[in-house]
Design a protein around this ligand. Structure first.
Ligand SMILES: Cc1cc2nc3c(=O)[nH]c(=O)nc-3n(C[C@H](O)[C@H](O)[C@H](O)COP(=O)(O)O)c2cc1C
Length: 347
């Protein structure tokens, strides 16, 4: 089936059915579909072009698209690895299992820019020990980024030591707005110095720090410099944005989707200008079209990640974006994505 048909079909499915169902039902259906349907065997969803390969923390990704942190189910992660992404991220795993916050913990939010989500998921996950067992059976058809979140420095060290052997890169989440303790890390730059030193010493794998879009000053004045000092040279900018939403059980949650995109681009541009090539940046937040991904690559992102776009635009989005990147390289005669970055002022 050609990709345009897959894309149209999903738009009809999302617009006509999924987006009209209560969010928990739609999510349950979507996840069941991902688990049951062998979408990863559909060649139409993948796009190969060696010019799109990038290196992140020394790891080669076949392309710069990353499935952002949300799923912990390894069947879904295994399928996602065959859906055209350059890398796939796990949910942030905590030391002990967590039931997550009670429902409603995920609602839709419509804006002029398109459909987004607000969640107060609260890190529902099986905990470190159970997850180590689950990951041990997951083949890496694409690189795996293992993500984790702690409440103390010791938590983070234990999680990094426990999960790093199962991942190609390790993402340290200090920015989810749904549990006060994790979110508060972005307000404690001094303690973060110690945190970064300790996690850096805990693994030889490439480390990524996931930042909040809510704390640009702290991120750029204190947190990124502290990460670089400790030898942590990749940031994922960023997580969801905390907003009040009375529909959620916690009265507030993390906004994701297209409303984030202007901040994602702005944060990337500023950070790239301040830190230059010393920092590798994964740009995340609101990517749901080829134009947006292209804008982020041009602005200097090594990779860009998305989750909400996967839900609202479907599994065909990766290929649609990648084909567009290839066409841009054809147009300028570029041999790699670096050519798009060099040409950013001419387009
Ligand atoms: C339901 C849900 C759960 C999420 N869980 C996590 C998580 O466990 N860890 C994390 O770092 N980010 C988590 N995120 C944030 C996404 O990974 C991503 O950073 C954010 O949604 C912005 O990207 P997007 O606009 O493409 O969705 C979650 C997002 C959603 C919507």
């Amino acid at each position: 089936m050609p990709i345009a048909a897959v894309d149209l079909l999903y738009r009809a499915l999302y617009g006509g059915i999924l987006s009209r169902l209560p969010e928990p039902t739609a999510i349950a259906l979507g996840q069941a579909g991902l688990r049951l349907l062998p979408l990863d065997r559909l060649g139409a969803l993948r796009w190969r072009d060696p010019r799109l390969a990038v290196t992140l923390g020394g790891i080669r990704l076949a392309n710069p698209l990353i499935l952002s942190s949300m799923y912990y189910d390894v069947t879904i992660l295994r399928r996602a690895m065959g859906l055209g992404f350059g890398a796939v991220t796990t949910k942030s795993i905590t030391r002990a299992p967590r039931p997550g916050h009670p429902e409603p913990n995920l609602v839709r939010r419509w804006s002029a820019d398109g459909p987004g989500l607000v969640n107060c998921n609260g890190f529902k996950n099986p905990g470190l020990d159970a997850y180590r067992a689950a990951l041990s059976g997951l083949p890496h058809r694409a690189p795996l980024i293992v993500a984790l979140a702690g409440e103390s420095i010791d938590d983070y060290v234990t999680l990094v030591e426990g999960l790093a052997p199962f991942g190609d890169l390790v993402e340290v989440n200090i920015s989810s707005p749904n549990t006060a303790l994790v979110y508060e890390w972005s307000r404690k730059p001094a303690e973060l110095r110690a945190l970064f030193r300790r996690v850096r010493a805990a693994t030889v794998k490439a480390l990524v720090v996931k930042l909040s879009p809510d704390f640009a000053d702290a991120n750029e004045d204190a947190i990124i410099p502290a990460a670089l000092d400790a030898g942590v040279t990749i940031v994922n900018y960023g997580n969801t944005r905390r907003i009040a939403d009375s529909r959620l059980s916690q009265g507030a949650g993390g906004l994701s989707g297209p409303e984030l995109f202007p901040a994602t681009l702005e944060n990337l541009r500023r950070t790239r200008a301040k830190f230059g090539e010393s920092l590798e940046i994964i740009a995340t937040g609101g990517v749901d079209s080829p134009d947006k991904a292209l804008a982020l690559i041009r602005a200097g992102a090594v990779a860009c990640a998305y989750f909400t776009g996967f839900v609202t635009r479907g599994p065909g989005l990766a290929r649609v974006i990648l084909e567009r990147l290839s066409r841009e390289l054809d147009r300028i005669g570029g041999a790699s994505l670096d050519a798009l970055r060099r040409n950013r002022d001419q387009v």
